[in-house]
Design a binder for this molecule. Sequence first.
Ligand code: F6R
Length: 365
Amino acid sequence: EKGDFKHFMLKEIFEQPLTIENAFRGRINQHLGTARLGGLGIPNFELRKIKQIHLVACGTSFHAALIGKYIIEDIARIPVFAEYASEYRYRNPIIPEDTLVFVISQSGETADTLGALREAKAKGARVLAITNVVGSTIARESDGGTYIHAGSEIGVASTKAFTSQVTIMTLLAILLGRMNYLSTVKGMEYISELEKIPSKVEKILALNEYIRNIAATIKDCKNALYLGRGINYPVAMEGALKLKEISYIHSEGYPAAEMKHGPIALIDKNMPVIAIATKDPLYDKIYSNLQEVRARKARLITIATEGDTELSKISENVIYIPDTLTNLQPLLTVIPLQLLAYNVADLKGLNVDQPRNLAKSVTVE
Ligand code: F6R
């Protein structure tokens, strides 16, 4: 039921304070600064021997995997490879011993992701699944895993499943990190910051009307560019995917520093550039990338951290969001991008919940 919401997608975006909490509830230990994911079915003495992780998925779930790579490598210092399932399954992947393979799928039915799971199992690897749909094929065929508990997602464009998947990536990073390089104190900080995320998401959702006004200014564009750096680079890719699939505006997500290697040639006054430039160690770097973009007259819309006073000097619109630890930022920075895509599509009068040519679960390869 959509309740008071015009579309399922909007309802699902607004559910995220609760669904993120559902993803970590019962899985965190504030006292020990750690997490537990019982469904993995792997005792800690075995988990700590893991030398490599493969994260395999399609579409939005693949973007969650890319973010997982940043979080897990930074917190747990374990090499992570994130790859599209359709590529992984057919390229004869090398899966050394002590590798954990995770497939990530909201529906648990995506054909390529299931194919990747079967390929990894055929090679003798241990394959775990991060899914939403209980009893789905991927959940059943895996050697264990974790449910994200997001509740059914009906809008074709994935929103709440994405933030729940990223939450699980964070828990996994903390769990593995605490077995290696992450101290109790640092682990406790991650846990307490994670617990603050739902109320921060709530604050961003309150900006919906403001974001709708920004959406009105880009709805007739033919193209859009999304930029980010570091952990917000995959978020830029996810923002671009949301816009293209429901509004049919061609959009691309790019790491901001790559602009000068080609894409900046596209920029003129008709090109909206949506940039994630929150306060993190790469802030100064992306700021100078954005100055270059601005010099070419792009319409710059930035996602900034509350209290930022610099970005308003070069941006047409700034969307201010609460601060958090760098590794937790994607849970916040993606929210305005979901709202922007939703409002653009709705203002264009499109069928937001069922975009053309797309199905909720892609059971053909
Ligand atoms: C985009 C979207 C798709 C899915 C992809 C994988 O909004 O929903 O890109 O993310 O088809 O689906 P699952 O996660 O069900 O395997």
